[in-house]
Ligand binder design. Structure first.
Ligand code: GRF
Length: 186
């Protein structure tokens, strides 16, 4: 089975998924696609020997180019790992129930356009939440609204700040995301 990852930034989840499946026969990360030329995920792919490709806004939203690339890699699952653009309808139609995303909070809380990265953890802190977590969900045409596949929680203490919350959430992501992907593909 082939996984293609879309990532816009650091790509620590991408790296974690790649190395997880390097140990597991039958499933591999075929490629990583990014919309940011400078994304750190590209260095990671270089180091790990995974092909990585950049695409721009026009080819993503106004053409079938990225869909063709995904099909070229025979993607059984498209994994968004810190990917920040909205997925266009042609891609959703081409990969029904085969595109998943990870969100660093307990959706439906702290989701939607503009709610990503540090902003999510800051909002959790400002609202004095006592818990947060991760949500892995199918992707539909609305930000963060597709059917939920999996959630895991972690406690937020009064002494936590946005950074320590981010750290806890990342740990949950590293622990669960590869396993959920494996489950979906088995
Ligand atoms: C993760 O927290 C993910 O939940 C969110 O963006 C972050 C990506 O981090 N959507 P990284 O690029 O995998 O390090």
């Amino acid at each position: 089975k082939q996984i293609v990852i879309l990532a816009s930034g650091s790509g620590s989840n991408a790296e974690n998924i790649i190395t997880y499946f390097q140990e597991s026969p039958g499933i591999e990360v075929a490629a990583v696609l990014t919309n940011k030329k400078e994304a750190k995920v590209l260095e990671r792919c270089d180091r790990l020997g995974v092909p990585a490709f950049y695409f721009n806004r026009t080819s993503f939203t106004n053409s079938n180019a990225v869909v063709q690339v995904l099909k070229g890699f025979s993607a059984d699952l498209v994994v968004l790992a810190g990917f920040l653009w909205k997925i266009p309808e042609n891609m959703i139609a081409a990969f029904p129930n085969k595109i998943i995303n990870i969100h660093p909070a307990l959706l439906p809380k702290y989701g939607g356009k503009g709610m990503y990265g540090e902003r999510v953890h800051q909002a959790v802190k400002e609202n004095s939440e006592t818990e947060t977590g991760i949500t892995i969900h199918y992707v539909n045409e609305h930000y963060d609204e597709g059917a939920i596949i999996f959630q895991a929680k972690t406690a937020v203490n009064p002494s936590d700040d946005a950074n320590s919350i981010a750290e806890k959430v990342h740990q949950l992501e590293y622990e669960h995301f590869p396993k959920i992907i494996e489950k979906l593909l088995s």
